[in-house]
Write a protein that binds this ligand. Structure first.
Ligand SMILES: NC(=O)c1ccc[n+]([C@@H]2O[C@H](COP(=O)([O-])OP(=O)(O)OC[C@H]3O[C@@H](n4cnc5c(N)ncnc54)[C@H](OP(=O)(O)O)[C@@H]3O)[C@@H](O)[C@H]2O)c1
Length: 288
């Protein structure tokens, strides 16, 4: 029998748009006490409108995952008000497109600061609130990019691979204290990460770059793929609800069929064949 989730205290990062916004609104409508955090409170209206539409309530707090002061302030407030957290959803993240030589060191570090160290900053503060009760779930939003790489996404891939390794190791550590660490590895869903929130390398659009023709080719291909993508973003909040309800959820959770297939192929094929398929899929139409 699935467990009830009504009244569960759920902290989510990156709730100004996309998966975070939809998950916050969905769980609020299911009766969870949702603490929806975002780095810029001026963006909260989109979330509040969605919550009003679906029913329920959320508490919105400012939290920039790369700024330890805002992390501490938000979690100190939560500890004082509720004393504990049932579920942490580490959702905040950002993309970064560009070939390695076109990327600056600081662009790569900034991506890592958000997607990897940002998760650690929040997790470090939340663990004590779960450890004392010997229960809790930490759900990390990784990506298909956390197990399958592609050219021009190496920095993002590295941040999500690092998140995967961290999550796997932390799972062993926190199991001893009754805390579950889980991963969600979505494929492409049409969110702002590909539009307003897209980040590209400093030299991505520089015609002097030796990578310029191939960068532009891949950007066009990616844009077409995203435009063509009609997956329902609600699959993510529904999966998160399922994981919160489950007594023994799986560690890896892949919501979409494309990514499930990639995961299976990656596991069963020798890398030479797998990478040949990826190369053919990406570059069959490329004429330098
Ligand atoms: N959409 C996909 O296809 C896809 C696939 C696999 C994995 N993911 C992962 O899913 C997560 C959510 O992405 P999304 O697709 O929903 O994209 P999105 O709409 O761009 O949402 C990203 C969220 O993260 C927030 N954020 C970025 N940097 C932050 C920081 N330093 N502190 C706090 N919040 C920060 C953004 O806030 P601002 O509004 O302030 O920028 C925004 O709320 C990310 O971890 C992403 O890597 C997405």
């Amino acid at each position: 029998m699935p467990k009830s989730i009504e009244g569960k205290i759920v902290l989510i990062t990156g709730c100004s748009s996309g998966f975070g916004l939809h998950t916050a609104a969905h769980l609020a409508s299911r009766g969870c006490k949702v603490i929806a955090t975002m780095r810029n409170l001026e963006k909260q209206n989109a979330l509040l409108n969605e919550v009003q539409r679906r029913g329920g309530t959320v508490e919105v707090l400012q939290l920039d995952v790369t700024d330890k002061t805002t992390v501490k302030e938000a979690i100190t407030h939560i500890a004082a008000k509720y004393g504990y957290v049932d579920v942490l959803v580490n959702n905040a993240g950002c993309g970064l497109g560009g070939f390695f030589e076109d990327l600056t060191d600081s662009e790569i570090r900034q991506n890592m600061e958000t997607n990897f160290f940002g998760v650690q900053n929040v997790t470090r503060e939340i663990i004590p609130l779960m450890r004392q009760r010997k229960k809790g779930k930490i759900i990390n939003i990784s990506s298909v990019s956390g197990f399958s790489t592609s050219p021009a996404f190496g920095a993002y891939n590295a941040s999500k691979w690092a998140l995967e390794a961290f999550s796997e190791s932390l799972r062993y550590e926190l199991k001893l204290f009754g805390i579950d660490v889980l991963l969600i590895e979505p494929g492409v869903y049409r969110t702002k990460i590909f539009y307003e929130n897209a980040h590209y390398a400093h030299n991505f659009d520089n015609p002097e770059s030796p990578y310029y023709p191939v960068s532009q080719y891949l950007k066009k291909k990616m844009t077409e793929h995203v435009e063509d993508c009609h997956k329902d973003i609600e699959e993510i909040p529904l999966l998160i609800e399922k994981l919160i309800r489950a007594a023994n959820p799986s560690f890896r959770n892949i919501p979409d069929i494309e990514s499930k297939m990639l995961y299976i192929l990656r596991r069963i094929l020798p890398f030479s064949i797998y990478s040949w398929i990826i190369h053919k899929t990406l570059f069959s139409g490329y004429r330098p």
